[in-house]
Ligand binder design. Structure first.
Ligand code: WQD
Length: 336
């Protein structure tokens, strides 16, 4: 099978391309390099010994998308292409809705035209807003999103549900990621946030590598075990493997719309992560407690039972692997 991976040179996209190639899929990547680097293409080849076919461009470019579908015999699409910085989305709602929603409409239009109706969509646990209870099941209430990033994912999920209702020959898997962290054990690919990292793990890794001075822990007065925020951190390689399983599901089924939480089912606090990171990497992470970050919630972690039962997928890497691989990547790619 030949898979079009949009945003395929990005953090989760590149790790998924590695798994796809290693599973024997042919991979075509469309990426506008807005949050990735073209050199990642070579890194993917270094890891797998295989190449992706790369197209530089944006998903809003309908002509380019048509060319790709005409030139390449695409069997299915995995759509990663989106902006994902929660804080930035509050400042730039128009950019976020244009990039995260309008591009999907263009993609769906072109897929329909070329009779390609198998889609794996990169969604997020943020669609649950501030969850009423944890662990979170796929049937739990969504909505009440606290930022345009999460709302954009909710909008696309609704679009896909409406599309399937209008034409049930579509075959769609919606994957709700919890908190992807870590990097490929080779250290060749990982999370390279431009500028100051917004997310916890890359920030911790840069404090440990002395590229940043001190971690601010956003509040220790949440109703959690130690007062700091609790999240479901999942190794990006486990997450990537979840996409392979979702693709296999679409290969097996001729039509359907499926929603899965991709998490470990374990909630770790910010202090748990700091302690695990220090222990496994034998480093010190300087931190200070500061005020809460607006839009943050206290606790969010998955009930991953459905993905295990229906996809035969479950996360296998632990918090130590995540911390070790995250730091290994930063050390191997540290700019002197
Ligand atoms: C985790 C915890 C913070 C940074 C985001 C987005 C979205 C999603 C997952 C894809 C929280 C605390 C963080 C820091 C801190 N990705 N923190 N100091 O907000 O749970 O989710 O990533 O869908 O991008 O929803 O992740 O890593 O920002 O925060 O104390 O410098 O770490 O308060 O408790 P978040 P995060």
């Amino acid at each position: 099978m030949k898979i079009l991976v949009t945003g395929g040179l990005g953090y989760i996209g590149s790790h998924t391309c590695v798994e796809l190639l290693q599973e024997g899929y042919e991979v075509v990547v469309l990426d506008n390099l807005s949050n990735s680097k073209e050199e990642v293409k070579e890194k993917i080849k270094e890891i797998t010994g295989k190449e992706v076919k790369f197209y530089l461009g944006d998903m809003m470019d309908e002509q380019l998308l048509n060319n790709i579908f005409t030139t390449e015999k695409i069997d299915a699409v995995i759509d990663f292409a989106a902006y994902k910085a929660v804080g930035e989305s509050v400042q730039k709602p128009i950019e976020y809705y244009m990039n995260n929603v309008s591009t999907v409409l263009v993609l769906l239009k072109v897929m329909t035209k070329h009779h390609v109706k198998k889609l794996v969509f990169s969604s997020s646990a943020t669609v649950y807003g501030d969850p009423e209870k944890v662990p979170i099941k796929e049937t739990d209430k969504t909505g009440g999103t606290t930022n345009p990033y999460g709302t954009s994912k909710l909008f696309v999920e609704q679009i896909l549900k409406d599309l399937y209702k209008s034409d049930n020959t579509w075959d769609i898997a919606i994957l709700r990621y919890f908190n992807p962290i870590g990097a490929h054990p080779s250290g060749l690919i990982g999370e390279e946030p431009n500028g100051i990292p917004a997310n916890l793990m890359p920030y911790i890794a840069k404090v440990a590598s002395k590229e940043l001075e001190c971690l601010s822990i956003f509040g220790n007065d949440y109703p959690t075990k130690d007062g700091t925020g609790v999240r479901d951190y999942i190794h990006v390689v486990d997450l990537a493997k979840g996409h392979i399983k979702a693709l296999e599901k679409l290969e097996k089924e001729s039509q359907g719309l499926y929603i899965y939480n991709l998490g470990t089912g374990i909630g770790y606090s910010v202090l748990d992560i700091v302690n695990a990171f220090e222990k496994v990497n034998h480093v010190k992470v300087n931190y200070k407690i500061t005020n809460r970050r607006s839009g943050d919630i206290a606790e969010c972690f998955a009930d991953p039972t459905k993905a295990k039962d229906e996809l035969g997928w479950e996360a296998s890497l632990g918090i130590e692997d995540m911390c070790k691989d995250a730091y290994n990547f930063i050390l191997k790619n540290k700019k002197d």
